[in-house]
Design a protein around this ligand. Structure first.
Ligand SMILES: [Mn+2]
Length: 327
């Protein structure tokens, strides 16, 4: 596996840290407020790629996709958004940007009800408690059923999967986070191992796969090792988010990477076993002492710890002797 870091598209201190801790690959985020034009313009995406290269990183993954709520709700103007996604995929192919990480969460993206839960030593993490939300209250988007979501997802897949195949880009579908049935009567469908399997096979293609967001699968209650092996053996692992939680889908909080429910060392060995050679990035991390908590999940110190931990496990997994000892 290749260890990447999620880096905003303007050089900042995270870029410096990433260089210093030996990261060579970037998961790039198109500029906020300009995602749409960047997706539509080959020139802008090319410039973005070159900026990462100038910083010492190969831009390997784009996350997330540009605006796509109309697609998710199946609104009449969804085709504009679909066309834009297709342009992005075609441009990515031309520029050698290998993977697009996208999701199919409508209205609510990754959602938390708390952003300052104390974890080890008082480090702050985010959490979700389903009962903290009044689910009888509708949002301005009203009701969205799971059936509609599946139909709308199929409509999207029929459009983008052949384009991705043609462009040589891999699609990495992210599961829902939190993986609950619905939030304020907005349905959610990518909430189990089976649902993810169904989703990647709706429009079959070797280019279609998943983002193995370990924290999301963990919240589903799925066995993470089996999930890695299952999708790995199907050739459907296109990207990995390395993250952990504690709790259940209806009540969980995030954790340090060495302090959650999952045996992370065994996960890395499972990726090795299935021969995963794609990209992995650490996902949400705790906010540590002295850091402001304005951007929970994405502060610097926790990332440094998490990347170091991931690099250590990865290096161990590459040594056969260590492999025998751990297993
Ligand atoms: Mn994730």
């Amino acid at each position: 596996m290749k260890i990447a870091e999620y880096l905003r598209c303007e050089p900042d201190i995270q870029w410096e840290y990433a260089r210093q801790i030996g990261i060579k690959y970037a998961v790039g985020r198109m500029p906020d407020g300009h995602m749409e034009e960047t997706a539509e313009s080959f020139e802008l995406l090319k410039k973005m790629k070159e900026k990462y290269e100038d910083g010492g990183f190969k831009l390997a993954v784009i996350e997330p996709a540009p605006l796509n709520q109309n697609i998710k709700f199946g609104r009449p103007n969804r085709d504009v958004e679909i066309e834009r996604m297709c342009s992005l995929i075609i441009h990515m192919g031309m520029l050698g940007i290998e993977v697009l990480c996208y999701n199919f969460m409508a209205h609510f993206g990754w959602l938390r009800t708390s952003r300052n839960i104390p974890e080890r030593g008082g480090a702050l993490v985010t959490g979700y408690r389903h009962s903290d939300i009044d689910h009888s209250q509708l949002t301005e988007d009203g009701i969205l059923t799971k059936e509609s979501l599946w139909e709308n997802f199929l409509y999207l897949q029929e459009a983008i999967v052949p384009v991705a195949e043609q462009a040589g880009v891999r699609l990495a579908l992210h599961p829902d986070d939190p993986p609950v049935d619905s939030i304020q009567q907005i349905g959610r469908i990518l909430t189990s191992n089976d649902a993810m399997e169904k989703a990647v096979n709706l429009v079959p293609s070797p280019n279609m796969g998943i983002t193995m967001c370990q924290g999301s699968f963990c919240a589903m209650g799925e066995n993470i090792l089996e999930t890695i092996k299952k999708f790995g053996k199907m050739g459907k692992l296109n990207f990995v988010h390395f993250r952990d939680i504690s709790g259940t889908k209806h009540d969980f909080h995030e954790t340090f990477h060495d302090n959650g429910m999952t045996d992370m060392a065994q996960c890395i060995l499972a990726y090795k076993e299935i021969g995963y050679d794609g990209y992995v990035r650490v996902d949400h991390v705790p906010t540590l002492a002295g850091e402001d908590n304005d951007n929970p999940g994405y502060c610097n110190l926790g990332r440094l710890f998490a990347v170091g931990y991931l690099k250590g496990l990865y290096e161990m997994s590459q040594k056969e002797l260590a492999h025998e000892r751990i297993v």
